[in-house]
Design a binder for this molecule. Structure first.
Ligand code: PLP
Length: 370
């Protein structure tokens, strides 16, 4: 699904030099590289504060911890996403309120959010799934009306740009109160291990989240808040500093791959190509088809036998996961998410796919379909 080796080969000298520099200075935690990367990312995103943390899940957890919510407070999140989004809500003793998604964009349905708001609702966590921003203008309007926080899960969407109706353009993760991203190796901006970051334009929340990520400490050994230990290390920051410079060209490569797939598949009735929002650019973390009357497991096996990986993101919606069984939810409650779980199939998507590989992949998909 990804080819991290070929990508590395092209930036090897730069990356190795950065890592060597960290080793030479032996500042493995905090220090120059982390600060440099933080500042570079702040300016790339045009956001006031970037807080580097240990991973994307921690970013979401720290964001929620900073809001001062109480057990039983409700947090609205889509049922069609990676588990981390709801996991941290549950871990903190808050109540995840699941909602359905839009069939076309895979993203949280604003109509469903509207219906799910109660007096206990405190926050909405939209996920910009597969690399395209959710309908943020509508979500932010709704949040304002009901006095709710918005925490964006931008783990798959870093550098996707959303255009508001007044023409202003804002980076993914920088529209709500807080944005969270992951630098997991296969993410669009991935490091060589675990990593993540929090974005905010709110000075007060920034101070609080920085403290929470460092044992609740503002002044050394004085703990004003209950915190966690979640840091981006310098080796990862050195890798990310190099890769950030290439992020735009990586996005171009991903978009060319998506265009190639689209051109082959758009006329095939049995394949529904990913819808492109008019309000958001797409950074194609995944290229996800919806199959229409195709035996998915047979297609997947057919492709695997030809050496082509194809993955199901995600096979089970959150409300049907064993650990998240809840008398409030049953099968059938979120028909769109449930339908998507049955028909989605993601094809190889990364920055290094050659035209030859793409021809081979599409030819084999068509051979099975036709
Ligand atoms: C990857 C991902 C996360 C978690 O990130 P980690 O760095 O793996 O903890 C959370 N939400 C979404 C949507 C993701 O894709």
């Amino acid at each position: 699904m990804v080819d991290l080796r070929s990508q590395y080969e092209k930036i090897k000298d730069e990356v190795n030099a950065g890592i060597q520099e960290v080793i030479d200075t032996t500042t493995f935690i905090k220090g120059g590289k982390v600060n440099d990367f933080q500042r570079n990312l702040e300016s790339y995103l045009n956001v006031k504060h970037v807080i580097p943390v240990g991973n994307g899940t921690d970013a979401l957890q720290i964001a929620l911890m900073a809001l001062g919510l109480k057990p039983g407070d409700e947090v609205i999140t889509p049922t069609f996403t990676f588990i981390a989004t709801a996991e941290v809500v549950a871990l903190l003793g808050l109540t995840p309120v699941l909602v359905d998604v839009d069939f076309d964009t895979f993203n949280i349905s604003v109509e469903s959010v509207k219906k799910a708001i109660t007096p206990k609702t405190k926050a909405i966590v939209p996920v910009h799934l597969f690399g395209q921003n959710a309908d943020m203008e509508a979500i932010l309007t709704l949040a304002k009306e009901h006095n709710l926080y918005v925490i964006e899960d931008a783990c798959q969407s870093i550098s996707s740009v959303y255009t508001f109706s007044d023409g202003s353009k804002v980076q993914s993760g920088c529209m709500g109160d807080i944005g969270c991203t992951s630098f997991f190796p296969s993410k669009n901006l991935g490091c060589f291990g675990d990593g993540g970051a929090i974005f905010t334009n709110n000075d007060e929340l920034a101070v609080k989240m920085r403290a929470i990520s460092n044992h609740g400490m503002v002044v050394r050994y004085h703990h004003d808040l209950v915190g966690v230990n979640s840091r981006l290390d310098s080796v990862q920051a050195a890798v990310l500093e190099v890769k950030l410079k290439h992020l735009d060209e990586y996005n171009t490569a991903r978009n060319s791959t998506a265009d190639f797939y689209d051109k082959v598949f758009f006329k095939i009735d049995k394949l529904i190509i990913p819808a492109r929002s008019t309000k958001s650019t797409h950074v194609f973390h995944q290229y996800t088809l919806k199959l229409n009357g195709v035996n998915r497991s047979e297609l997947q096996k057919y492709l695997t036998d030809k050496g082509i990986p194809a993955m199901i993101y995600y096979p089970v919606p959150l409300h049907l996961q064993k650990a998240y069984q809840d008398p409030r939810y049953q099968a059938g409650d979120f028909p769109v998410a449930e339908k998507l779980c049955e028909c989605v199939l993601s094809l190889p998507m990364h920055t290094e796919l050659s035209e030859e590989q793409l021809e081979y992949i599409t030819k084999n998909v068509l051979e099975f379909i036709e």
